[in-house]
Design a protein around this ligand. Structure first.
Ligand SMILES: [Ca+2]
Length: 85
């Protein structure tokens, strides 16, 4: 399954988002490193490859600041559920 399909199935809530967003720096946004950890532990079960992460980060990061805030995250999650669900 692709990351969008896996994410559409995964139950990622605000608490999960916050847990990973708090690993480093700003506690309200995910960096690429935090996003990698979230995907690895909660979604895929193994480390995603750099290409996957870069592509996924690009999808999520709507305002191009290299961080993913919760609003961006849920927006994408909702669209995955529409596409894959
Ligand atoms: Ca952003």
């Amino acid at each position: 399954m692709s990351i969008p399909e896996l994410l559409a199935d995964a139950s990622i809530n605000k608490a999960t988002f916050d847990k990973y967003a708090g690993i480093e720096g700003d506690k309200t946004t995910l960096t690429k490193k935090e996003l990698t950890a979230l995907l690895k532990n909660e979604v895929i079960g193994e480390a995603p490859c750099t290409e996957e992460i870069n592509g996924f980060m690009h999808m999520l990061d709507q305002n191009g600041d290299d961080r993913v805030d919760y609003r961006e995250f849920v927006t994408i999650l909702a669209s995955f559920r529409q596409i894959c669900g």
